[in-house]
Ligand binder design. Structure first.
Ligand code: MF3
Ligand code: CO
Length: 270
């Protein structure tokens, strides 16, 4: 394994720094939640989010980001992914419709440390099957989180997601995965949403990573398109995505850095 592939372990004080950016993501998503209703253009939601992040000392990490030279830079603060768009949707002039499901994924840095997580919102009245997809994707994440423990392997998390959604015949997207995070938005290790338990990196003190199930109502296949950000399901079926960010501190204890508290307050859920 080359030096570039190394897992960057973080000290407790570095984890505290990451927690600050993570908290700002939570508060930003709380502002976003207030706008999640029919009639609101995606571009407006992104504008509000960007202003909020900057007003609180953060820098939007996705804006201007390119995975490799030549790829178009990501144009906005949020990824807003509607229905069959699973991730990396671009906030454009699309106006939210009753019955849509839309994932807001937000990455910010504060003092050079990145916070990153996502939540799928239901717009107005959604169909029962879309509602269940959203609920079960969130439950898959909560189930997987219980395996994010020192001494377990990354594969235990992957297997937890896959086995949770399997009975529902949903698609588990394999091309994209969760990831380590710190001074860079994407670090080692990869955290896939499928695969055997007991395999992959050993989870140990100092690791900070994101777990992010991406689940579709239909087949797992995504559309093949070159050099475009949005990742869209090939069969056009709806998809959901939730993401949490966790750290393993020096004592080997798991800390969940992300919070949906501000979202839930805004939505009036308790
Ligand atoms: N949360 C997303 C991820 O982990 C955010 C990436 S958007 C990008 O991949 F534009 F910055 F790539
Ligand atoms: Co992420």
């Amino acid at each position: 394994m080359g030096i570039l592939n190394r897992i960057h372990l973080k000290s407790d004080s570095e984890i505290e720094s990451i927690k600050k950016s993570s908290l700002l993501v939570g508060k930003t998503l709380g502002e976003v939640a207030k706008l999640m209703r029919p009639g609101i253009p995606l571009r407006h939601i992104d504008m509000v989010a960007e202003a909020f992040v900057r007003a609180h000392g953060g820098i939007p990490s996705c804006k201007g980001y390119r995975p490799y030279p030549g790829f178009p830079p990501f144009p906005s603060t949020l990824c807003l992914s509607v229905n069959e768009t699973i991730v990396h949707g671009i906030p454009d002039d699309y106006v939210l419709q009753n019955g849509d499901i839309v994932t807001a994924d937000c990455v910010v840095s504060v003092d050079g440390w990145h916070g990153d997580y996502a939540y799928t919102f239901e717009i107005g009245e959604v169909s029962e099957e879309k509602h269940l997809l959203v609920q079960r994707t969130r439950e898959a994440l909560m189930h997987a989180l219980t395996f994010a423990k020192a001494g377990n392997h990354i594969g235990d998390i992957s297997h937890a997601v896959e086995s949770y959604v399997k009975p529902f015949n949903y698609g588990v997207i394999e091309e994209l995965c969760g990831h380590g995070i710190g001074r860079k938005m994407h670090e080692k290790p990869d955290v896939p949403n499928y695969g055997p338990a007991g395999k992959g990196e050993l989870i140990r003190p100092g690791m900070v990573f994101c777990i992010e199930p991406m689940i579709s109502m239909g087949r797992r296949k995504i559309k093949e398109v070159d050099d475009q950000w949005p990742v869209v399901m090939a069969d056009g079926k709806p998809s959901a995505h939730f993401e949490h960010q966790v750290a393993i501190n020096s004592q080997g204890k798991t800390e969940i850095l992300s919070t949906y508290q501000y979202i839930e307050e805004a939505l009036g859920i308790q």
